[in-house]
Design a binder for this molecule. Structure first.
Ligand SMILES: [Zn+2]
Length: 487
């Protein structure tokens, strides 16, 4: 294709505060709450009411701004963005325009393990309020104001994104950070994060030539999943390229995304900032953030996902893929690290990681449990992994014991001793059951000796069965081979 895309993203993230942005109404989960249970005269836009800024929402905004390396402005200004829509009872949205909360940050993205890192510049981070929700039914529309006035953080990137794949990587990295900062649940199905993509294309020029100026952009609104984000961008790149290739011009417009047909459709033509007649909100004073507030929030920032992942690779020698999976949930990463410190010195963190990413994730999934509510504490898991690595119990028994630990919360050592599961490495005992097994299976022994070596696995299984699964597999295998080689 002779055209290359230029993409900028606007991300709207609901802030996980208890109350709304400018009133004391509770923020409720709209997927379960009845309509209009969290509404007051302020968020219903009644004349004569006054907004009051939610301090926690500002603090959460600062947290995100600092995590993205932004400069937090000592003074920012709320502004009225004027437009009419039935889900916006005031006739304007309180947002921030000329002086946002924070500016000039960056977000490092990677499209996959081993791929190069790219820094996407963040233009601005500002606070605003969400709108209500309209449901269109036969004969009219239903209005729910539970969401009206819920704090929103808008994070706007520079047009540094070069593909749909990068846009998804950006969205995922940002969602990951928001969850680590505990400012947003990341629950995309509940609409707590929404994307808007600004897409344009321009002719590709050779290396060393000044790039072509940006083409006319379109804005695709309300993309509520990574899939929709990716598909909509791919669609727009192709559509605009075709328009240009056939000699046409791209119209600046606001587009919607039809999820079922996977096409964009025109909502409004040419819409610019001046159409909203922004002006400073007269009912709110300028928002001041002093240095001591910034210092405290900065000191309280957790280690962010990318830094944690890199540390797990260097400190614990985890492969990058494993480290990435381990840091996906902050609680799991912390669980892993708590267990690492309880491991016997002979056991590697990688062995522990294998247990968490394999067996433990499997058990958690089938039982629907989260790291915070696990009966198996990190020290208990470390003990189990130590027992397996030290040869006290074998891998298979280890799995049974872990399942039992999930059930009862008892320690691995308790279960092993109560159920007599200790692995048997005693050479005399193993030698005897191997001898018995070979004696009972003369046919298999003959075929092994005549060159059919796969019979060994079958014989191994027989021995393990006889030992009720408790025999040390390495010792059994060695003894089997020894006795079979004897003529
Ligand atoms: Zn309210």
């Amino acid at each position: 294709m002779p055209y290359e895309p230029v993409i900028g993203l606007e991300v709207h993230a609901e802030l996980a505060t208890k109350s709304k942005m400018f009133c004391a109404c509770a923020v409720v989960d709209n997927t379960v709450a009845a309509p209009n249970v969290a509404v007051c005269p302020v968020c219903a836009g009644m004349p004569g009411t006054l907004p009051v800024v939610n301090q926690m929402a500002v603090e959460m905004g600062i947290r995100v701004a600092l995590a993205l390396g932004c400069t937090v402005n000592p003074v920012s200004v709320f502004a009225r963005k004027n437009y009419f829509y039935p889900d916006l009872p005031k006739g304007y949205q309180i947002s921030q325009y000329e002086q946002p909360l924070a500016e000039h940050g960056r977000l490092v993205i990677q499209t996959g393990a081993g791929e190069p890192l790219r820094a996407i510049r963040i233009r601005r981070v500002h606070l605003e309020e969400d709108t209500g929700k309209l449901t269109h039914v036969e004969g009219g529309s239903l209005l729910d104001l539970n969401r009206a006035g819920v704090p929103l953080l808008e994070i706007v990137s520079e047009p540094d994104i070069q593909s749909a794949e990068e846009a998804v990587a950006y969205g995922e990295a940002l969602r990951h950070i928001l969850r680590y900062l505990e400012v947003n649940s990341g629950d995309m199905e509940k609409g707590v994060i929404r994307f808007e993509a600004n897409v344009s294309v321009r002719p590709i020029v050779g290396a060393g030539v000044t790039p072509a100026p940006y083409g006319t952009r379109t804005e695709v609104k309300n993309l509520n999943s990574f899939r929709a984000l990716e598909r909509a961008i791919l669609f727009e790149i192709e559509r605009q390229s075709k328009v240009l290739a056939s000699g046409g011009t791209v119209e600046q417009e606001t587009l919607g995304w039809n999820e079922t047909k996977e096409v964009t459709y025109s909502q409004r033509s040419k819409e610019d900032a001046h159409d909203y007649r922004y002006f400073p909100e007269p009912d709110l004073p300028p928002l001041k953030v002093d240095e001591s507030w910034l210092t405290r929030v900065r000191a309280e920032l957790p280690e962010l996902p990318r830094a944690k992942m890199q540390r797990f690779v260097t400190s614990y020698k985890l492969p990058e893929k494993d480290a990435a999976r381990m840091v996906e949930e902050r609680s799991i990463a912390e669980y892993f690290e708590a267990a690492v410190f309880r491991l016997p010195s002979s056991v590697t963190p990688k062995a522990l990681a294998n247990w968490i990413l394999g067996e433990m994730f499997g058990l958690m999934k089938t039982r629907g449990e989260t790291a915070e509510r696990l009966k198996v504490r990190p020290e208990a898991l470390a003990e189990l992994v130590g027992l397996v690595a030290g040869g006290e119990i074998n891998q298979t028994t280890g799995r049974t014991v872990l399942a039992e630990m999930f059930e009862s919360g008892r320690s691995a050592a308790e279960i092993v001793s109560a159920q007599g599961l200790k692995q048997v490495s005693d050479a005399g005992f193993i030698s005897e059951i191997v001898r018995q097994t070979l004696e009972e299976s003369p046919g298999e022994v003959t075929s092994y000796r005549s060159g059919k070596e796969t019979v060994l696995n079958w014989l191994f299984g027989q021995v393990m069965k006889k030992a009720a699964g408790k025999a040390n597999p390495q010792v059994v295998r060695a003894e089997l081979e020894r006795q079979l080689k004897r003529s």
